[in-house]
Design a protein around this ligand. Structure first.
Ligand SMILES: [Zn+2]
Length: 349
């Protein structure tokens, strides 16, 4: 007789990733290259994190994508599957790109659904291509579908009332800002280099109509490190998050503010990313999903992702450093508060 063993289903951190993401090859010298994910996989294999399960993602459905993108745009991308083309001056596709893009959005949706259903404690969608520059009607800045925005919409469809979409990529997430601009069910908050690509993300842009006060931009001039990011979180994001009381936090987790990143001009370390992740995990009361955006220094990216996975899985908790912040960080915080003090109380978290 066959013996069947039953195990109590253990709730763990789920990583949603696939080798199919390596099939997106935007070009031989393109910084958003498959090696980014290979390097993350290698570090996670070399130093496995306990309490982590890897899940093979499924593609996003048309219905999920069209909550964010126009049906015409989704159709255009789907039609181009298998045929390399240029969707935007810096967003080219290869034969496997559309499959990867569908999986990237699907993985992020799945992560959100699993966390909301309690199947996973939290999740990290380790995906390519990234998403936060993709607009409703167009690809942009290495991004095909806006994975995090599609996932935030999926959370609302599943009953969440308020989603905090926090974007720590060094670039501003123009696509996410514009999609949720007039909405309060998703609060978009971004810390980014400014002025910088894509040119959006000025601190006075706080949302409109029903969404007034629910778009929070903090633009830093460059050279900011862990202490400065700590000041932005403790002085701006965490007080607002505490008052917003999100049901879920989705992070557009770009690792291009890393000090070794060739594209960004910031000085954040692995420890800094772990501290941001720790703080958000608390703000989310555990219900948190990270979605990979940028990050172009292979080692800095992989080590920082690893640090965040350790935080998600509960083996690490990193406090913010309390060193000296740059004067221009304090100025940037004042600029953000000038736009937001009429909406939120400026209390220390
Ligand atoms: Zn970026």
């Amino acid at each position: 007789m066959r013996r069947v063993h039953y195990y109590a289903a253990s709730v763990t951190t789920r990583l949603y990733t696939s080798d199919l993401f390596l099939g997106h090859r935007p070009g031989p010298s393109h910084p958003e290259r498959p090696e980014r994910l290979e390097s993350i996989h290698a570090v996670l294999q070399r130093a496995p994190v306990a309490n982590v399960t890897q899940v093979a993602p499924r593609p996003a459905t048309r219905a999920e994508l069209t909550r964010v993108h126009t049906a015409q745009y989704v159709e255009r991308v789907l039609q181009s599957a298998g045929t390399p083309c240029e969707l935007d001056p810096d967003t080219s596709t290869s034969a496997g790109s559309v499959e990867a893009a569908l999986l990237a959005a699907g993985a992020t949706v799945q992560a959100v659904q699993d966390v909301l259903s309690g199947a996973a404690e939290n999740g990290f969608a380790l995906v390519r291509p990234p998403g936060h520059h993709a607009e409703e009607h167009t690809a942009m800045g290495f991004c095909l579908f806006n994975n995090a925005a599609v996932a935030a919409e999926a959370a609302l469809a599943r009953g969440a009332q308020r989603v905090l979409l926090l974007d720590w990529d060094v670039h501003h997430g123009n696509g996410s800002q514009s999609h949720f601009w007039k909405r309060r069910d998703v609060l978009y908050a971004s810390v980014h280099q400014h002025p910088f690509y894509p040119g959006t993300g000025a601190p006075h842009l706080a949302g409109e109509g029903d969404g007034a006060g629910f778009n929070v931009n903090c633009g830093l001039p460059g050279a900011q490190g862990d202490d400065d990011y700590a000041a932005v979180f403790e002085g701006l994001f965490l007080p607002i998050a505490e008052q917003y009381r999100p049901d879920l936090v989705v992070v557009s987790a770009g690792f291009d503010p890393h000090r070794s990143d060739p594209l960004g001009g910031m000085r954040v370390t692995e420890r800094g990313f772990a501290a941001m992740c720790s703080a958000l995990k608390v703000a989310a009361k555990g219900r948190i999903v990270l979605a990979l955006e940028g990050g172009y220094d292979l080692d800095g990216l992989a080590q920082s992702v690893h640090a965040c996975v350790e935080v998600l899985a509960g083996g690490r908790s990193e406090a913010f450093t309390s060193g000296t912040t740059r004067p221009d960080t304090a100025e940037a915080l004042e600029d953000s508060w000038a736009a937001h003090s009429k909406y939120w109380r400026r209390v220390k978290a």
